[in-house]
Design a protein around this ligand. Structure first.
Ligand code: ADP
Length: 260
């Protein structure tokens, strides 16, 4: 009897091991598929602004801009707009590191949070206009932190992008930056769809998206907030979220004060 029992156990363990291997393989495959889709999207999105700037520059060099300053300005404005779009696309490239569990590395220097927030808001001008949104910035104190400008810019962009994305009617987004003895606090408040309380602890997990409701009309991979969380941690800061479904959400980031 014993050898029979032993054989059954052996078969059971083998089947279970194969099942675990299969599940792991499936998970890896799904991740690779998402990553490939993500990369092909970036590549595709990069093509349009690069081509548009190329056409505008070509046109500028083909006519005498001095004789036609109005037309010249039109081409320059188009190029400027497309270049802001390109700088936002860098955000996606930065988020690629999230797929490989790579640690984010910081290039630290003094960074003015007021300046980078203004920069992000103006590069999102088209998005803001399209949504008929209102975006206000209020700053108290000297909001300088020691950090990585590119990553912090991307943090602000991700929070503002979500604030616009997860809204129904006309979005109203307030960015409040306050510097004091403890450090600098940056808060982004929206009047959007909100996050049910059972999910506020999960939204910083990689690939997590609130599984139901209006959220799926907005495109996304569930990578933005896990990236934001990692960048904030790397800077020695912390992030909190306060939300009421149907009323809105506030993300609050605390960063250590700059010391020379
Ligand atoms: P993505 O926006 O690509 O889905 P994120 O990591 O930025 O990924 O956000 C994770 C999830 O958290 C979103 O899918 C959404 O469900 C929720 N979320 C994030 N920001 C907001 C917000 N401002 N208002 C409502 N829900 C939000």
């Amino acid at each position: 009897k014993l050898p029979i029992l032993f054989s059954i156990l052996l078969v059971g363990v083998t089947v279970f091991s194969f099942w675990l291997l299969y599940r792991n393989w499936q998970k890896q495959k799904r991740l690779t598929d998402i990553k490939n889709e993500f990369i092909s999207n970036i590549t595709h999105e990069l093509k349009t602004p690069i081509a548009t700037v190329g056409v505008a520059m070509e046109a500028l060099s083909n006519f005498n801009a001095l004789n036609n300053p109005e037309r010249a300005k039109e081409y320059i404005d188009i190029s400027k707009q497309e270049l802001s779009r390109l700088s936002l696309l860098v955000d996606k490239v930065l988020k690629l590191s999230m797929f490989e569990n790579r640690e984010i590395e910081l290039q630290q220097s003094p960074v003015d949070l007021r300046e980078i927030t203004q920069e992000v808001i103006s590069s999102m001008r088209l998005q803001i206009e399209k949504k008929k949104a209102v975006c206000q910035l209020e700053v108290t104190g000297n909001a300088i932190v020691k950090g990585d400008k590119m990553h912090l810019l991307s943090v602000v962009y991700n929070l503002l992008d979500n604030a616009l994305k997860y809204s129904t009617g006309k979005p109203v987004v307030n960015v409040n930056i306050r510097a004091d003895e403890q450090g600098v606090r940056l808060q982004v408040t929206d009047n959007g769809i909100g996050i049910p309380s059972e999910y506020t602890g999960k939204i910083f997990d990689k690939f997590f998206r609130v599984p139901h409701g209006d959220v799926h009309t907005a495109k996304g991979y569930g990578l933005g907030l896990s990236y934001v969380w990692q960048v904030v941690q790397k800077h020695g800061g912390s992030i909190e979220v306060f939300s009421k479904p149907g009323e809105g959400t506030t993300f609050s980031i605390q960063l250590p004060k700059f010391s020379a």
